[in-house]
Design a protein around this ligand. Structure first.
Ligand code: PSV
Ligand code: MN
Length: 427
């Protein structure tokens, strides 16, 4: 962790430039007549994106993994990493846990560490996509949708255990991503597999505490390459509607086939009041888990345009959405990648806040396609970086989080503390 004075000193070289560009942009926005700089900064400051415990270590592929030094080995080291991110950007106030990788051994100590850093647990996530050494039944042929009752029972129980761990730490969201599916035509009976998944999810849902949300994530392929039991948002939505109001769909940006119109999916789910969670990442081919906003920033902006539009529409009754990054960083320092992802998310959000919404609505009603698109372009092409930096600064963070992290040699410090070969638990 850095001291307040250190953060202040790290900001010093950038402050004059920042003040100048912020004032200039503020004037521009005032002339436009939409939301002003102070209003956008206030909204950005409220926007928090959770960090998954499994994204704090270097990612990899089945061909190899090339870890850097100083990876967090334990839950308290993972929380320490998120505390550092939050200190630098004021926008990463939560951590999501994957069980069994993050089972807390000392609950009181974890709660204390979270409180001291101003952090909370975002969600707990079950893992029935791998076999654990001490586990009686194998998930080789599925878990919640397995043909074998005892395998399904074990998978259901694991999810209940996750909720219990989450309760100990004050979480209120449980996320299920089901890897179940088939690799070969004919291997699995589609309707029966769906029904078994539905029954297992019902058992989990019935044990869900009254103030919790169950998020159901979908994915078109991987690890199964012929069919997945929950491949798309339609299946997730149908499952959630059959379960009850506390069940919500989770959209992971990487879980769509190339060129899918994700912004329309977001709008549709909000229409049904069923958009419960987001996993941000960047994707070009599939579940590539690239830095959020690195490859398709315009699409990220269009997604935020829908989120802002729904938030400002009294007719939309969608509960609060749990935002999280779910990325892998095969060659970057994970902490730098998470800072960049959060920065891109806030940038897209700020741009969406600048859309002249009454004018856009009028253009849409008048079927003026050129004007509608221009209004989006105006917002997208505005350089909002001073607003994002100001949000960081007002939250006690760094004007330039990645530069500050580098300047303060934080990776070297972590490597010295934890060692060059420290390996994070997880994927
Ligand atoms: C699956 O690809 C996924 O997106 C799910 O959210 C998992 O929980 C996560 O990645 C980590 O494996
Ligand atoms: Mn995900």
């Amino acid at each position: 962790m850095l001291s307040t004075q250190q953060v202040h000193d790290l900001n010093a070289p950038f402050t004059a430039d920042h003040d100048f560009t912020l004032a200039h942009l503020g004037e521009q926005l005032d002339r436009r007549g939409g939301p002003g700089a102070a209003e956008v900064v206030a909204q950005l400051r409220r926007f928090q994106v959770a960090v998954p415990s499994w994204a704090l270590g270097t990612g990899g592929t089945r061909f190899g993994r090339f870890p850097g030094g100083g990876e967090p080995r334990t839950l308290d080291e993972k929380i320490a990493d998120v505390a550092l991110l939050h200190q630098l950007n004021g926008s990463s106030d939560a951590i999501s846990l994957h069980i069994p990788w993050d089972i807390p051994t000392d609950v009181a100590a974890v709660r204390q560490q979270l409180a001291a850093a101003g952090l909370r647990i975002d969600s707990v996530n079950s893992n029935t996509f791998q076999d654990q050494p001490d586990q009686p039944a194998s998930y080789k042929f599925g878990s919640l949708a397995s043909t074998e009752a005892h395998v399904r029972a074990q998978a259901v129980q694991h999810n209940l255990d996750c909720i219990a761990y989450g309760q100990q730490l004050g979480a209120r969201v449980h996320t299920v991503w089901l890897a179940d599916g088939a690799n070969f035509p004919g291997q699995q009976h589609f309707r029966r597999a769906y029904q078994r998944a539905q029954e297992s999810l019902t058992a989990i849902y019935e044990a869900l505490p009254a103030d919790w949300t169950l998020l159901v994530e979908y994915k078109p392929y991987e690890p199964n390459f012929y069919s997945m039991v929950i491949p798309d948002w339609g299946t997730s939505l149908a499952l959630c509607q059959s379960l009850g109001q506390q069940a919500q769909v989770l959209v992971d940006l990487g879980h769509h086939l190339p060129n899918t119109n994700i912004e329309q999916i977001v709008a549709r789910l909000q229409h049904f009041g069923r958009l419960g969670g987001f996993h941000f990442n960047g994707s070009l081919y599939g579940d590539d888990d690239l830095t959020t906003g690195s490859t398709k920033p315009f699409q990220l902006f269009l997604i935020f345009n829908e989120l802002v539009d729904s938030a400002q529409d009294a007719a939309v009754h969608n509960p609060a959405v749990a935002y999280m990054i779910d990325a892998s960083h095969n060659t970057k320092d994970p902490l730098e990648d998470l800072l960049q992802s959060t920065d891109n998310i806030l940038t897209a959000y700020a741009k969406a806040l600048l859309v002249n919404r009454p004018a856009l609505q009028a253009a849409q009603e008048a079927n003026d396609a050129a004007l509608a698109e221009d209004l989006l372009r105006d917002a997208f092409l505005t350089d909002v970086r001073p607003l994002v930096a100001e949000a960081y600064r007002q939250g006690g963070g760094a004007l330039r989080p990645v530069a500050a992290y580098r300047q303060a040699a934080q990776r070297a410090a972590l490597t010295q503390q934890r060692g060059r070969r420290a390996v994070s638990t997880g994927l």
